[in-house]
Ligand binder design. Structure first.
Ligand code: ADP
Ligand code: MG
Length: 322
């Protein structure tokens, strides 16, 4: 039995109970009606996940649903925004009810945390592709930008780096990845609460999706400065430390899918932010300093220079390792 597009929406995406009182009209009409707070700016992000490109083919439906929202939450976190509403454009090869059930579970489990309400979307048939658009709010003047890094500021990163890339490498080699590392690849934890703590501090922020060097490079380009990166200080998870071996630095500098926040901030903000991070049980590590001279200089703890090779993940270039 195949189910209709209407049934898919009714059964898997339309919730019976209201999640947010700023949704005047959700799924079911030609478009959604949403109440935008008068004293906030609307923040909008959109990310697409393609099978085989943004997740390995064997990824579960639950994890695809989770990740499709998580990557957008990570973008909003990097803007210091409070997430509110999502729309979903779903292209499916077939109406597989078991797959749809798992996908909706993963998506809604993460959505209910904030809460984010799914207010509309589009459903079509074709090769598997998932696009989520996420809307959120920020107080005027408090959004976090990439262009506010200043020489002398310390650089920080949340969480740990390289875990997802290490798991992906194992999958691609036909090995069984460590379960903790695989979870980091399939169910990224967007740093929304920490993004909200950063909002209004003037910090320069980016979420790391394409590798630390590439994404830090975007911040530095936008801010017209450079950085010294302390490569022996890059934070590792225990699982990563025991598995990554001599490839550790490659995963940490170039690996994609970290979804951690990289930021630079004035010294007078650091104590309050550190307290916040501790309350959220989120490690925050100093990994370098912003310099007036452009370019990224990677140095070891004993001051030896390290010359990085390669780039982050770029969909229109083939010299990638992501
Ligand atoms: P129309 O043909 O008028 O565009 P649709 O059948 O595409 O209507 O959509 C009907 C309703 O279902 C709309 O409110 C739309 O936003 C919603 N919708 C469609 N697909 C999805 C989806 N994948 N997730 C959430 N809402 C959806
Ligand atoms: Mg439509």
């Amino acid at each position: 039995m195949t189910i209709s597009e209407f049934d898919i929406i009714e059964r898997f995406f339309k919730r019976r109970t209201a999640v947010r009182d700023d949704v005047v009209l959700g799924i079911g009409d030609d478009a959604a009606l949403l109440r935008v707070p008068a004293d906030r700016q609307l923040v909008v992000a959109m990310d697409t996940l393609l099978a085989g490109r943004h997740f390995p083919p064997q990824t579960s439906a639950f994890d695809i649903g989770w990740k499709a929202l998580a990557v957008n939450l990570s973008d909003l976190a990097a803007m210091g925004a409070d997430p509110a509403w999502a729309t979903l454009s779903l292209t499916l090869p077939s109406a597989d009810e078991v797959w749809l059930e798992g996908f909706a579970k993963g998506l809604f489990q993460l959505a209910e945390r904030y809460p984010v309400e799914l207010v509309g979307g589009d459903t079509t048939r074709g090769p598997l592709s998932v696009t989520v658009q996420l809307h959120g709010f920020v107080e005027p003047g408090k959004a976090l930008r990439r262009n506010t890094a200043r020489a002398g500021q310390k650089l920080f990163v949340t969480g740990t780096l390289g875990d997802a890339a290490c798991a992906l490498q194992a999958l691609q080699a036909g090995d069984k990845p460590d379960p903790d590392l695989l979870l980091r690849l399939n169910r990224p934890e967007p740093r929304v609460d920490f993004g909200l703590a950063l909002a209004g501090t003037g910090a320069s922020v980016i979420d790391i999706s394409d590798g630390l060097l590439a994404d830090l490079g975007h911040v530095l380009d936008a801010s017209q400065c450079g950085a010294t990166l302390w490569i022996d200080q890059l934070p590792c998870s225990p699982a990563f430390q025991s598995i990554a071996g001599h490839d550790a630095l490659t995963y940490q500098l170039y690996g994609g899918d970290d979804y951690e926040l990289c930021f630079s901030v004035d010294a007078d903000q650091v104590e309050r932010l550190t307290r916040h991070a501790q309350q959220q049980q989120l490690p925050v590590t100093a990994i370098g300093v912003v310099e007036s001279q452009t370019g990224i200089q990677c140095v070891h703890d004993d001051d030896r220079l390290y010359t990085p090779q390669g780039t982050g993940f770029d969909h229109f270039r083939d010299t990638t390792d992501g």
